[in-house]
Design a protein around this ligand. Structure first.
Ligand code: ADP
Ligand code: MG
Length: 276
């Protein structure tokens, strides 16, 4: 199983959903190095999903560009795959049939026989290969989706809050497993979450985003070696640092709201004077 992580370059990317409308994200620039696990954290509406969709070519930015391995991203590709909160499996198919879909759709059906058992082993579902996906738990279904994403050998795995619908125990197990698998395979991981614990659990580095428009507010390294355990001092320290940056980012957004309200309120006394 030879995977290879890709280098991602985000170069002055801005996006508005309507021409001349409000910017969902403004002038974002950053790199993700091959094999790195980067997390984008920020409260709802700060442009996390918009950015991920731009990274995988589902959305074209109004300004700026994204390069993967030096090439501009123009469209989705099996080399960079996205996982969403809903595992979106085909309920009438077995586990192994679902895992094979990525290969089938990219014209690589000949690899199914060797890759699918490998991927099922990786996500610890070999015993469930012939089962119908409807018989599986939510966490197991998300593992099937992960195996399906990894089967075509992507260089980049993009995750948009993929675990937020799961119970805490299952979520924790998957956080650990996805980090382990991506590290073992050398895949570049870009993860989006509003959950600080999840960010510290999974990433080597965090970009904290502020909202309206979405901008990078802070960059924080999470240099914890080995297995990540929430009850260790280094985990607590990283979480603390990230919470502070997250609050500061939210505070900036609140300051913006205050400023806008002040600006809106200022003309009023003048108007009253005018009438007087
Ligand atoms: P997040 O994932 O961080 O919650 P999003 O990227 O979904 O944030 O949204 C960022 C901003 O862009 C929000 O203000 C949101 O309302 C807006 N937005 C997102 N998707 C669309 C869309 N399809 N059309 C118009 N506006 C959108
Ligand atoms: Mg989102």
């Amino acid at each position: 199983m030879a995977f290879r992580g890709a280098h991602i370059q985000v170069d002055h990317v801005s996006h508005a959903y309507r021409r001349g409308g409000p910017l969902a994200i403004r002038d974002m620039s950053f790199d993700v190095t091959p094999g790195e696990a980067l997390v984008l954290v920020g409260r709802s509406g700060c442009g996390k999903s918009t950015l991920l969709q731009i990274l995988c070519g589902l959305l074209h930015p109004a300004d700026g560009r994204v390069l993967i391995e030096g090439e501009p991203v123009e469209a989705p590709s099996p080399d960079w795959v996205m996982m969403f909160q809903a595992p979106s499996l085909y309920p009438w198919m077995t586990v192994e049939q679902n895992v094979a879909l990525g290969l089938r759709f990219s014209g690589r059906s000949r690899e199914i026989k060797s890759r699918v058992p490998e991927m099922l082993e990786l996500v610890e579902l070999s015993a469930f290969a012939k089962r119908n996906v409807q018989d599986l738990s939510g966490g197991q279904q998300q593992r099937v989706a992960l195996a399906r994403s990894l089967a075509p050998n992507p260089h980049v795995l993009l995750l948009d809050e993929p675990l937020s619908a799961l119970d805490a125990f299952t979520r924790h197990a998957l956080q650990r497993d996805i980090r382990r698998i991506a590290a073992e395979m050398g895949i570049t991981l870009v993860l989006v979450t509003h959950d600080i614990q999840e960010a510290v659990m999974m990433a080597d580095r965090a970009l904290v985003l502020s909202a309206n428009p979405g901008e990078i507010s802070a960059e924080i390294g999470i240099p914890i070696a080995g297995e990540r355990l929430p009850n260790t001092p280094e985990f607590a320290a990283a979480r603390h640092e990230l919470v502070r940056a997250y609050e500061a980012a939210a505070g900036l957004a609140m300051a913006d709201v205050d400023r806008l309200e002040t600006e809106a309120a200022e003309p009023l006394p003048a108007a009253r004077q005018g009438r007087a």
